[in-house]
Design a protein around this ligand. Sequence first.
Ligand code: HEM
Ligand SMILES: *[C@@H]1O[C@H](CO)[C@@H](O)[C@H](O)[C@H]1NC(C)=O
Ligand SMILES: *[C@@H]1O[C@H](CO)[C@@H](O)[C@H](O)[C@H]1NC(C)=O
Ligand SMILES: *[C@@H]1O[C@H](CO)[C@@H](O)[C@H](O)[C@H]1NC(C)=O
Ligand SMILES: *[C@@H]1O[C@H](CO)[C@@H](O)[C@H](O)[C@H]1NC(C)=O
Ligand SMILES: *[C@@H]1O[C@H](CO)[C@@H](O)[C@H](O)[C@H]1NC(C)=O
Length: 361
Amino acid sequence: MEPFGAWKQAQAMVRVTALASAVFVMLLVGAPGSGERNDYSSVSEAHRGCVEDAVDSIVRDAVRTQKRMAASLLRLHFHDCFVHGCDGSVLLDGNNSEKLAPGNNNSLRGFEVVDALKESITSKCDIQISCADILALAARSAVQSVSASHVTWSVPFGRYDSKSPYSNLTKDLPGTEDTMDIILKKFAAQGISDPKQVIALIGGGHTIGRTHCSFSRRRLYGNLTSISALYSDPQYVTYLRQECPKLQTDEQASAIEIDLDNTSRDSFDLGFFRSLREGRVAIRSDMVIGDPANSPDVRAAVTLCTDDAYAFYNTFASGMEVMGSAHILGREEGEIRTNCRRPNGYSSGGGGGGGQHYAMP
Ligand code: HEM
Ligand SMILES: *[C@@H]1O[C@H](CO)[C@@H](O)[C@H](O)[C@H]1NC(C)=O
Ligand SMILES: *[C@@H]1O[C@H](CO)[C@@H](O)[C@H](O)[C@H]1NC(C)=O
Ligand SMILES: *[C@@H]1O[C@H](CO)[C@@H](O)[C@H](O)[C@H]1NC(C)=O
Ligand SMILES: *[C@@H]1O[C@H](CO)[C@@H](O)[C@H](O)[C@H]1NC(C)=O
Ligand SMILES: *[C@@H]1O[C@H](CO)[C@@H](O)[C@H](O)[C@H]1NC(C)=O
């Protein structure tokens, strides 16, 4: 059988940009263990209908109960893919976990929903789907649920799960203090090298969800003259300074939440880009993407996403396809975890195969 048949087939069913196709071809040719991965993806493809229904129903319920959960699930997939590829590494528990690493600690959420997804798929569909695939599906259902299903993309199966966390690689995640240049480099390192997709992904992520005051401090009290335009809306800055006063302790600052989208925090829409145009964004990196001193292609990408909802949604969707294919593991590097929080073979007695790399608290 043709290696990666299922990946190719799923890709063929949807609109993909030339760039996305190119990235996929590179992955297909370059990844080891191709036949083995195909075994997993063709087995899981046979259960696609059941798996997608199970994910959709649980994610919709979770988002109905708490709108923000859509944002939290999208962010989990993003933080999974940027750290050692889309391999479920973000889900592993333990003292050395990615969850506890700076940037993620006290910030990532939605892990209980992922547990419920794993359990539901296993019992209803009688198949083990990798935790990395579950995150990819959950992110898509989440975005559908807050965009009236206007925004969707293709999610092929076949991502193997890692056998250990990679907390040493969380530095690959973009940070709020990064320059535009560094942001572009970090996305390119994950195969996302089209600035339009970078901008659409950031804006799509931040049109929903919240941030803590701790992440807005540099934006408020740091030296902003290095950003060429001080184009913030003074009223918005006043509002942020009230919410996030300078003399807060770290603990206080971590407790207060601000909407990333000043106009419509719970719907996937143009709200973020409209807020950006008005100078009303909470974190420094969001200001940086609107810097008029950025390169023409970055500025064009921001203009496109601000003016054309259809182009923004489509570019976000194609960007999610590229992001969701970042550094997929081959079978000899990965496994299909039965519990998303620990590697297979982990045993509390310490004798398990996973225990070699990994310690549970
Ligand atoms: C330059 C790149 C990015 C930076 C620096 C960044 C940074 C952040 C920060 C600091 C927060 C708030 C965390 C907290 O206060 O606990 C946040 C939240 C969020 N980010 Fe990003 N982000 C970036 C790109 C993205 C992308 C590409 C996506 C998804 C496609 C995304 C999705 C989200 C979502 C959905 C939330 C809200 C999560 C929630 O409310 O639970 N971000 N981001
Ligand atoms: C994570 O946050 C907690 C506070 O909630 C803190 O005690 C702990 O030291 C932090 N962990 C790391 C690894 O920074
Ligand atoms: C990161 O940690 C993994 C194992 O947890 C190790 O195999 C890898 O070499 C480390 N990478 C770096 C860059 O330190
Ligand atoms: C702020 O940054 C500018 C340009 O990088 C520099 O000239 C200035 O001295 C800095 N001001 C402070 C207070 O750090
Ligand atoms: C949006 O910004 C204005 C100030 O420009 C502020 O009064 C308002 O509370 C903010 N709303 C949200 C949801 O951030
Ligand atoms: C994890 O950290 C806690 C608190 O620092 C410690 O008591 C525990 O022994 C650690 N567990 C492992 C397996 O290292």
